[in-house]
Design a protein around this ligand. Structure first.
Ligand SMILES: *Cc1c(COP(=O)(O)O)cnc(C)c1O
Length: 229
């Protein structure tokens, strides 16, 4: 089942790329929240090496379990990160996609420095301006970027931006939100001026085709691979 789902999604991505003349890689994060280590292993055995988790404690237990701990896989934190979880997050992840506060970043930097580990991160942007959602509001991105530049972090390396599209069925709204993220990416790219500022993380099971059409290059799929939670 997981294998069929992965094949279906990979073929779909290839089709969308071809139709839109996209010549860069679209990378896939398999989102494993609420699914057991056995399912992660099954996806891994199908060639998936990049995984995403929302909750730090769940991720720590799952990815340090006997069946996964020796595997060559990468873990991204994609859910809201509380500062008191930064220590564990730094230990288990190669990237934190959901940074939306300078205080969280300070905390991540500190824990990275303690174990001398570099970590990548994305700024999460609230592109649909929904008040209940996480992420930096688009009009506040300049401010947080200025702070980041001033801090000159040694361990935390910004790689791009991430958003969760609006949780609605309205395709136009979803597209607007993704287009918004692409524009913010272009703007921030001018600030940072570095080659590895290259990730636009958007699109989930329900809306990844739109995300790819709008320039996303990292998509995060849970349900589409593992089934309903
Ligand atoms: C759960 C989750 C996903 C995956 O969602 P699906 O609809 O199951 O594909 C992607 N991104 C974030 C931030 C999530 O929390």
């Amino acid at each position: 089942m997981i294998k069929n789902n992965i094949n279906y999604i990979l073929e779909n991505i290839a089709g969308i790329k071809q139709k839109n003349g996209i010549d860069y890689d679209i990378n896939l994060v398999a989102v494993t929240k609420n699914f057991p280590a056995e399912d992660v292993l099954e996806a891994y055995n199908c060639g998936i090496t990049l995984f995403g988790e929302n909750r730090i404690q769940e991720a720590d237990i799952k990815y340090n379990s006997d069946i996964l701990k020796e595997k060559k896989l990468e873990l991204h934190i994609i859910g809201h990160l509380q500062r008191n979880k930064a220590k564990t997050a730094v230990k288990i992840a190669s990237m934190i996609q959901s940074i939306d506060k300078i205080e969280t970043l300070d905390s991540v930097e500190r824990h990275c420095s303690l174990i001398n580990k570099k970590i990548d991160y994305l700024l999460e942007i609230n592109t649909s301006n929904e008040s209940q959602k996480m992420g930096v509001f688009p009009e506040e991105t300049d401010k947080i970027v200025e702070e980041i530049l001033k801090k000159d972090y040694k361990f935390c390396n910004i790689r791009g931006v991430m958003t969760v599209g609006p949780l609605c069925e309205d395709q136009a709204e979803i597209r607007k939100s993704f287009r918004n993220l692409k524009n913010i990416f272009e703007k921030l790219n001018k600030y940072f001026q570095k080659k590895d500022f290259d990730i636009i993380s958007m699109g989930m099971s329900g809306d990844y085709p739109i995300a790819i059409e709008e320039g996303g290059n990292l998509i995060r799929i849970g349900t589409g691979i593992f089934g309903k939670r």
